[in-house]
Design a protein around this ligand. Structure first.
Ligand SMILES: [Zn+2]
Length: 96
């Protein structure tokens, strides 16, 4: 599905389905990525708060590091979930 780490193929190499037929659906990826990054980062922050004696600044840095790491590490999964979700809503099509 991906031709490089961040770039999605225009069409599926196997079945030629257009993977991102709707311009402007990037907003959905941002929203989905936001929640899928924020939720585990909040859990990590709460755990760090109770199980370490870090200062508020250290906790904040840890939180930002966690957000960044999760977003980059799971970018392809989040993007894939979103593309699948759009297809569930609109159906597969070979061409538009
Ligand atoms: Zn395919």
């Amino acid at each position: 599905m991906f031709e490089s780490y961040f770039k999605v193929h225009k069409r599926c190499p196997e079945c030629k389905v257009v993977l991102q037929p709707h311009a402007g659906d990037e907003l959905g990826v941002i929203a989905l990525g936001y929640f899928m990054t924020l939720a585990p980062s909040m859990v990590g922050l709460v755990l760090a708060y109770f199980y370490t004696d870090w200062s508020p600044l250290q906790l904040l840095l840890f939180f930002f590091f966690l957000m960044t790491a999760i977003l980059i590490g799971f970018y392809r999964n989040i993007k894939g979930i979103w593309i699948g979700f759009v297809f569930l809503l609109t159906g597969l099509r070979k061409r538009l």
